[in-house]
Design a protein around this ligand. Structure first.
Ligand code: GTQ
Length: 346
C-alpha cells in the first residue's frame, strides 16, 4: 500500500497559497475518500422496539392536531448519523406515522419517493393519483416520486404505519421539495391489486401492445405475500433463504428506482446469514421474535420492531421460536446502487 504524504509535510507557505485559491491537495485525504477494501461507515446498527415508539406516538396524537402536523410522524433517527438529517441509514428515512379516525393527511406530492408499511389498525387508506388504496396490516403501499398522495381513516382506533423514503438521498443532492394540492377525485372502489393485477404472471392482455403506465401496482396486500412465503417455505431446501422481492408486475423490475422492498420468512429456529452486500437496509418485523448480530452488535427483536443495517454489514438474524415462522419486511438501497453501477455482494 502506498505511503501517502501528509499535509504537515508540505511547506506552510505552499499550504497557505493553496488555501488562498480554494484548493486542497488530494493525497493527504485520499484514504478517507477511498479507504482500502471496505468503506468506513459512520452508520451503526440500531434497533427500535415498537413498545418504546407506540406510547410516544399516541401522545403526539394528543399533543398535536393533524392540522398542525400535516403528517404526524416520529422519525426513527439513527444516533450514529446526525439526528438533524433524519436518517436510519445513509439513504433511508424511516418514520412512524399515526392517523386517528376521521383525520386526513392532506394531498401533496414531492420529489422523494415513499412507501408505507402498515403496522396496526384498520380503516386507514392512501389515495395515490385518484386510486384509493386500503391499508391493512402488513400491506405495502407505494407513493413514488412526484405522484399526488393523501391519507385518510374511516375506521375506529388508531392506524399506524412505517414510512420509508429515499429522502436522505434526494435531500443530499439538494433536490427535495413538496407541493400541496386540493383533495383528489377518487376514481375507484377496489384498488388495482384486487382488479387489474390480481395474480403474479398475469397482466391485462392489452398491455402486450400498449405499455402500462409507470407504477402500475401501488398496493401489495400482505395476506397474499404471507401466503406465498408460507407455501414456498413448504418446498424450499433448508439452506435456501425464503426471500421474495416486490416488483413491478409488468416489467418485473424493482418497484421504485431508488429503494427495494422484499419480504423474508425465517423458519422455526432458522438463522439468516446472507453474504455481505454493499446496500444499506432496514428490516421491520411483521411477526415473530428473535435475536441478531449485526457487525458484532447484539440485539433482540420482536413484532413491529425495526432494525437499521449499515452498508457492507455482517448479518446474522435468528428466529427465536422453535415452532413458529417469523416474517420480516426489508427495505434496501440496492436499486439505486445497481443503477449507479456499484452494487456488490461478497
Ligand atoms: O405521508 O407523505 O414520514 O411526505 C415524511 C414525509 C411521510 C407522507 C413522512 C411525507 C410523508
Amino acid at each position: 500500500m502506498t505511503v501517502l504524504g501528509t499535509l504537515e509535510e508540505l511547506p506552510l507557505d505552499y499550504r497557505n497559497a493553496l488555501s488562498a485559491k480554494e484548493l486542497v491537495p488530494l493525497w493527504p485525504a485520499l484514504r478517507s475518500f477511498l479507504p482500502y477494501g471496505k468503506p468506513d461507515r459512520a452508520c451503526k446498527p440500531m434497533v427500535w422496539h415498537y413498545e418504546d415508539i407506540r406510547p410516544l406516538l399516541m401522545e403526539a396524537g394528543e399533543l398535536t392536531p393533524i392540522e398542525k402536523a400535516e403528517r404526524r410522524v416520529l422519525i426513527l433517527a439513527n444516533p450514529s448519523l446526525d439526528p438533524g438529517t433524519a436518517r436510519a441509514t445513509p439513504t433511508i428515512y424511516l418514520g412512524m406515522q399515526l392517523i386517528k379516525p376521521g383525520e386526513t393527511a392532506p394531498n401533496h406530492r414531492h420529489s422523494p419517493s415513499a412507501v408505507r408499511f402498515v403496522v396496526e389498525g384498520e380503516g386507514g387508506f392512501t389515495v395515490v393519483e385518484g386510486e384509493k388504496l386500503p391499508m391493512e396490516k402488513g400491506d405495502l403501499i407505494l407513493t413514488p416520486a412526484g405522484l399526488w398522495h393523501e391519507h385518510g381513516h374511516h375506521g375506529t382506533g388508531p392506524v399506524v404505519w412505517l414510512d420509508a423514503l429515499d429522502l436522505p438521498l434526494v435531500y443530499s443532492v439538494e433536490a427535495s421539495y413538496c407541493i400541496e394540492g386540493k383533495p383528489q377525485h377518487l376514481e375507484n372502489q377496489a384498488d388495482r391489486s384486487q382488479t387489474t393485477y390480481r395474480r403474479s404472471g398475469l397482466v391485462p392482455y392489452s398491455q402486450l401492445d400498449r405499455p402500462a403506465a409507470k407504477y402500475p401496482l401501488k398496493r401489495f396486500p400482505w395476506r397474499e405475500v404471507r401466503a406465498a412465503l408460507v407455501d414456498i417455505a413448504g418446498h424450499a431446501g433448508r439452506d435456501e433463504a425464503i426471500h421474495l422481492a416486490y416488483v413491478d408486475p409488468v416489467t418485473g423490475e424493482e418497484c421504485l428506482p431508488t429503494l427495494g422492498f422484499s419480504a423474508l420468512a425465517l423458519r422455526p429456529g432458522e438463522t439468516y446469514a446472507p453474504r455481505r452486500r454493499s446496500a444499506s437496509q432496514v428490516m421491520h418485523v411483521i411477526e415473530g421474535a428473535g435475536d441478531a448480530v449485526v457487525d458484532g452488535v447484539e440485539m433482540t427483536w420482536s413484532d413491529t420492531g425495526t432494525i437499521a443495517i449499515p452498508t457492507h454489514a455482517d448479518i446474522q438474524i435468528r428466529n427465536g421460536s422453535s415452532s413458529k415462522m417469523a416474517f420480516l419486511f426489508v427495505v434496501d438501497d440496492a436499486p439505486m446502487q445497481r443503477k449507479l453501477g456499484f452494487y456488490e455482494e461478497f
